[in-house]
Write a protein that binds this ligand. Structure first.
Ligand code: ATP
Ligand code: MG
Length: 662
């Protein structure tokens, strides 16, 4: 029979309490007995002394029989006296006197002296009578013994009463104790049941509610530790659930990725047996998943040749992985493809496995091969073309040389042309003064002949002489004036001619060069009805190449006459100059003529660019200006122009031109 813990507790506590009660009662009984015994012995002693005192006078004289009445009286009412009997024995234990209801024989323990003695009085309890024996002096100094029996029934009654009451109190205590223990275990049982319930909940991983806080006893401590265990377990279970969730999610992801991956993927065990294959693999090789699972990959005609499988497998065994090895494989539809293979070890459901990824590289590899072939042919063609280009380059540099020679010749021709126009100008300019001089000197010669005739005829009159004198003065003045003018012209032409042909560096006055150049254009400017305005500071001197400057101004004036004022007759050419910071000089040549379109302006410095092709233009004028300004003069030149708005050529040069090398 199995008992509940509580029942066992109750039973145990009842037994323990009963034992305690029994022990208590037993002990009180023992204490009572000893107290009663001691009391009876003391009473027996007191009685022995009293009786001895009372009997001794009679016993010594052998007159004990005289006391019969007294004894009878004393022993008659057992309520009054404790004494039950009295026997006086002589030294041979022969009764000398007896009174009361004595037993047929005295207890042996008294007779043979083995009973315990107290102050000479031996006592022995038999039933409710305490038998006592004390020595007594008798007649003739004989020592007999006084024997008497004392009733202990009163004491026994009192003892029984005490026993009964203490028994009753103990029973009540026992009952109360059991009751209290019952109530106590009831509470404990309830809490234990709560603990058990909680533990049961934990077992079902339903954590329930925390147990209530108590008063800090052991069960509470236990409950608290159960609570913290429950919390810890709950957290652990939640973590486990979360990681389980993550695991199953990642498994699902892996499965989805595996299935959806565009690359053919398969998983085999360590013996090459296929455990998994994705859709890309089944569609690439034309097998169903059912056909593949559980089979060895060599049982299918995956491979272009059995050696191919062996080669890849050996590579895997040697290195534990395969990295992009290319193998020939049989594809769906009977074709052979070249596939790159990767592999890696993994553990699936505790089983060592290998995942294989394949990439169809057929198109790429073919394209690569084609590319390589193309490259080779391209290289061939490039080297052929390079050779051709080199040849063409040679031809071109030859052409360039010819061109440069031509350009040089043309520039020389241009120079000659400008010299030609210079000479024409000079001839024209000299024509007037020299013609005037000729006219005057011819007229003067005629007058001299007339004068000689008058002089030899004797018809010369004073008035005629003085008129003649006036005429000669006028003619000679005219002649010398004209010749002076011619001499000046020749001097300035000579300077230009010398500068243009020598192009020596020297310090010169810019205004003088401007005026000299303009002087050579006077007839053309006059013909074109073109005015000039020069704003060049008097003292502005340059350390430069005046011949180059003549060329620059020649070209600019030529262009203004040829292009700007082609259809106009009231243009103005102006040349202004000013000094800038840093030893620079700005010279602006402008006309208020036709201007030029943006397209023309952008190409104005290009060699051979002309809008007068076939009408006398070579397209070298502005190119010469550009080369001279940026080369010999070490400056820069820009053109600003718009159709109908005239043209301004801005030249900025250092006052001192760079030293020419060589
Ligand atoms: N002042 C100007 N006004 C308008 N157009 C001009 C002016 N100067 C030059 N041009 C334009 O620039 C072109 C190039 O000038 P450039 O002096 O180089 O050649 P060109 O005068 O045509 O021939 P070349 O000077 O060799 O006889 C000219 O054909 C003309 O169209
Ligand atoms: Mg020109």
């Amino acid at each position: 029979m199995s008992l509940s813990l509580r029942a066992k507790f109750l039973l145990l506590s009842a037994i323990v309490q009963a034992m305690v009660v029994a022990l208590l009662i037993g002990n009180s009984q023992r204490v009572m007995d000893s107290a009663v015994g001691k009391n009876a012995e003391r009473v027996a002693h007191e009685y022995a002394v009293t009786l001895n005192l009372t009997l001794s006078p009679y016993a010594i004289r052998g007159r004990l029989s005289e006391l019969n009445d007294y004894w009878t009286e004393m022993l008659s009412d057992p309520q009054d006296s404790f004494v039950r009997y009295i026997i006086v024995l002589d030294q041979n234990d022969v009764p000398l006197a007896t009174a009361g209801e004595h037993p047929p024989a005295l207890p042996a323990a008294l007779r043979n002296g083995t009973a315990p003695a107290m102050n000479g009085v031996r006592t022995w309890q038999v039933g409710s009578t305490l038998h006592a024996r004390a020595p007594m002096l008798l007649k003739d100094n004989q020592i007999g013994s006084l024997n008497f029996g004392l009733s202990t029934s009163e004491l026994d009654k009192a003892r029984e009463e005490v026993f009964l009451q203490s028994g009753l109190i103990s029973l009540v205590g026992l009952g109360l104790g059991v009751l209290l223990f019952y109530a106590f275990t009831q509470g404990i049982g309830r809490r234990l049941r709560a603990l058990t319930g909680q533990a049961g909940q934990l077992m079902k991983t339903a954590f329930g509610r925390n147990l209530p806080d108590g008063d800090g006893d052991e069960i509470e401590v236990y409950a608290r530790s159960l609570n913290s265990m429950s919390v810890a377990l709950r957290e652990r279970v939640l973590q486990l659930e979360a990681s389980q969730q993550r695991l199953s999610e990642s498994e699902a992801r892996f499965k989805t990725l595996f299935d959806m991956a565009p690359l053919p993927l398969s998983v085999t065990d360590r013996n090459g047996r296929i455990i998994g294959a994705n859709q890309a693999l089944t569609s690439t090789f034309g097998y169903t998943e059912k056909q593949l699972i559980g089979q060895r990959s060599d049982s299918f005609t995956f491979w272009g040749a059995p050696e191919e499988r062996e080669r890849i497998w050996q590579l895997y065994m040697r290195h534990g992985a395969v990295h992009g090895e290319v193998a020939n494989m049989a594809l769906r539809g009977g074709g052979t493809g070249r596939l790159a293979i990767w592999s890696s070890s993994l553990t699936l459901d505790g089983v060592d496995a290998i995942i294989w990824a394949l990439l169809d590289m057929t198109a790429e590899l073919n394209a690569k091969q084609e590319l390589e072939e193309l490259n080779a042919s391209l290289e061939r063609r490039v080297s052929e073309r390079s050779a051709e280009l080199e040849r063409a380059n040679g031809d071109l540099s030859h052409a360039l040389q010819t061109l440069q020679r031509t350009q040089h010749d043309l520039i020389a021709a241009e120079k000659m042309a400008s010299l030609g126009s210079l000479v024409a100008g000079i001839a024209h300019e000299l024509n007037t003064p020299i013609g005037n001089s000729l006219l005057a000197s011819t007229a003067l010669g005629d007058r001299v002949v007339e004068f000689e005739a008058m002089l030899s005829g004797g018809t010369l009159r004073r008035s005629t002489l003085s008129a003649y004198n006036e005429e000669v003065k006028l003619a000679s003045g005219l002649i010398s004036g004209s010749l002076n003018k011619a001499a000046n012209l020749i001097a300035s032409f000579k300077q230009i001619a010398v500068d243009q042909t020598n192009d020596q560096r020297r310090v010169f006055n810019l205004l003088a060069v401007v005026l000299d150049t303009a002087a050579t254009y006077v007839p053309r400017l006059r013909r074109a009805n073109c005015g000039t305005a020069f704003h060049v500071p008097q003292g502005l001197a340059l350390d430069s190449y005046p011949g180059s400057w003549y060329q620059v101004f020649n070209n600019l004036i030529n262009n203004a006459l040829a292009h700007a004022f082609e259809d106009r007759s009231d243009g103005t050419i102006s040349i202004s100059a000013r000094e800038l910071d840093g030893g620079m000089v700005e010279i602006v040549f402008s006309d208020n003529g036709a201007g030029m379109a943006e397209e023309v302006r952008r190409h104005v410095f290009d060699p051979f660019f002309t809008t007068k092709m076939g009408r006398g233009g070579t397209g070298l004028g502005m190119n010469i200006v550009y080369n001279i300004v940026t080369g010999m003069l070490g400056g820069r030149v820009t053109v600003a122009s718009q159709p109908g708005q005239g043209t301004a050529v801005r030249i900025v040069v250092p006052r001192s031109s760079p030293v020419r090398a060589g």
